[in-house]
Design a protein around this ligand. Structure first.
Ligand code: ZN
Length: 136
C-alpha cells in the first residue's frame, strides 16, 4: 500500500490517495480515474511530498506535529493552573460553594464525580485527553 498526497490543480485542494503501488497511481492517472473529492476535477497530481509506504513507521509526521502542538498548548494552558490530582472534585466543589477562593486548577475526576459536578453546576472544562502530570 502506498499513500500519496494529491493536489487538485483546479481548486488547489490537497487530499490523500491510496494505491496498491506507484504503477497503480500512474495507471489510474492515465485512465483519468483520479478525481478531486472536493470538486470532481480530473486534474490531479502528486503534491510535492515523499510517498509514505505502509504505516509501519509509526504515526505520520503531521500527526506527530499535531501531538507536539497539543503538548505545547497543554503546557501553556496549565502554566497558571495548579495540579490538585484526585482532590479535583472537592476543590471544584469548594470553589463553587465559595468555601475557597476560585483559582485555576487541574486534576483527575472519575466519570461519576464529573457527573455530580455537572449536576451541582460547578464550572469546569472537560478534557477527553489523558493528560500527564507536568514535571515540576
Ligand atoms: Zn478540486
Amino acid at each position: 500500500m502506498i499513500v500519496f498526497d494529491l493536489k487538485c490543480l483546479d481548486g488547489g485542494e490537497v487530499f490523500e490517495g491510496w494505491f496498491s503501488s506507484g504503477a497503480d497511481f500512474d495507471e489510474q492517472t492515465e485512465r483519468g480515474l483520479l478525481q478531486c473529492p472536493y470538486c470532481g476535477s480530473a486534474k490531479v497530481e502528486k503534491a510535492p511530498m515523499a510517498p509514505l509506504v505502509g504505516r509501519s513507521d509509526g504515526p505520520r509526521s503531521d500527526v506527530k506535529g499535531m501531538m507536539a502542538e497539543l503538548a505545547a498548548l497543554q503546557t501553556k494552558m496549565l502554566s497558571n493552573s495548579e495540579w490538585v490530582g484526585d482532590k479535583l472534585p472537592e476543590q471544584a466543589r469548594a470553589m463553587h460553594l465559595g468555601e475557597i477562593e476560585p483559582r485555576a486548577v487541574h486534576g483527575k475526576a472519575t466519570a461519576e464525580e464529573t457527573k455530580s459536578l455537572i449536576e451541582e453546576g460547578c464550572r469546569f472544562s472537560l478534557s477527553r485527553f489523558r493528560w500527564c502530570r507536568p514535571a515540576k
